[in-house]
Design a binder for this molecule. Structure first.
Ligand code: ADP
Length: 192
């Protein structure tokens, strides 16, 4: 199996790039944000709980998120996973290692998209006009998501840097150009 994490602040383009990576490398996509939104739509118990955090731009508690990811990994036959929006805290990162170890596999590469904060705010407010996402329509909520990212998620990159798995990728420019940079990092790992 070849498993990767796509990492980056809200609006960095993780979803867009994931779709292209899945196509090219035949990976199975797990976007925790998408799974939460599907649960909100389906009005499940998990959805009601997740919504109370997401609408404020806060992270959903680790225990809930980790259980959901373990369930997903267990129930999908995959050549490899692309984790998008997970892990977002150090304890989620440690839990993911444990989950993958149980399945005899591991994270191979971490791609960290880097984009200026002002550009991110612009992208998210633009996306909010058509996505209907509450968390994309209000600059205070967007700023809170950045704060969550900077406080809880950014430090996780050091965890992957220590394992020599992190690749910082410049996330500004044309979509195809950024995709090329990501593929380069993946192919270097695949061929090593
Ligand atoms: P973005 O990366 O643009 O913020 P996502 O769809 O990945 O969009 O996440 C939206 C929201 O879903 C987050 O602000 C958070 O509330 C919740 N969420 C998604 N993934 C996680 C996670 N791994 N841990 C906790 N909360 C999460």
């Amino acid at each position: 199996m070849f498993n990767l994490i796509i990492f980056g602040p809200p609006g960095a383009g993780k979803g867009t790039q994931s779709a292209m990576l899945i196509e090219k490398y035949g990976l199975t996509h797990l976007s925790t944000g998408d799974v939460f939104r599907a649960n909100i739509k389906g009005e499940t118990e998990l959805g009601v709980l997740a919504k109370s955090y997401m609408d404020k731009g806060e992270l959903v508690p680790d225990s809930v998120t980790i259980a959901m990811v373990e369930d997903f990994v267990k129930s999908h036959e995959a050549k490899g996973f692309i984790f998008d929006g997970f892990p977002r805290t150090l304890s989620q990162g440690e839990a993911l290692d444990e989950i993958l170890t149980k399945f005899g596999t591991q994270i191979n590469v971490v791609l960290a998209l880097e984009v200026d904060e002002d550009e991110l705010v612009k992208r998210l407010l633009e996306r909010g006009k058509s996505s209907g996402r509450v968390d994309d329509q209000d600059e205070t909520i967007i700023r809170n998501r950045f704060k969550e990212y900077n406080d809880k998620t950014e430090p996780l990159l050091a965890f992957y840097e220590k394992q020599n798995k992190a690749n910082r990728v410049f996330g500004m420019g044309e979509i195809d150009e950024i995709f090329g940079r990501l593929c380069e990092a993946i192919d270097a790992k695949l061929n090593s």
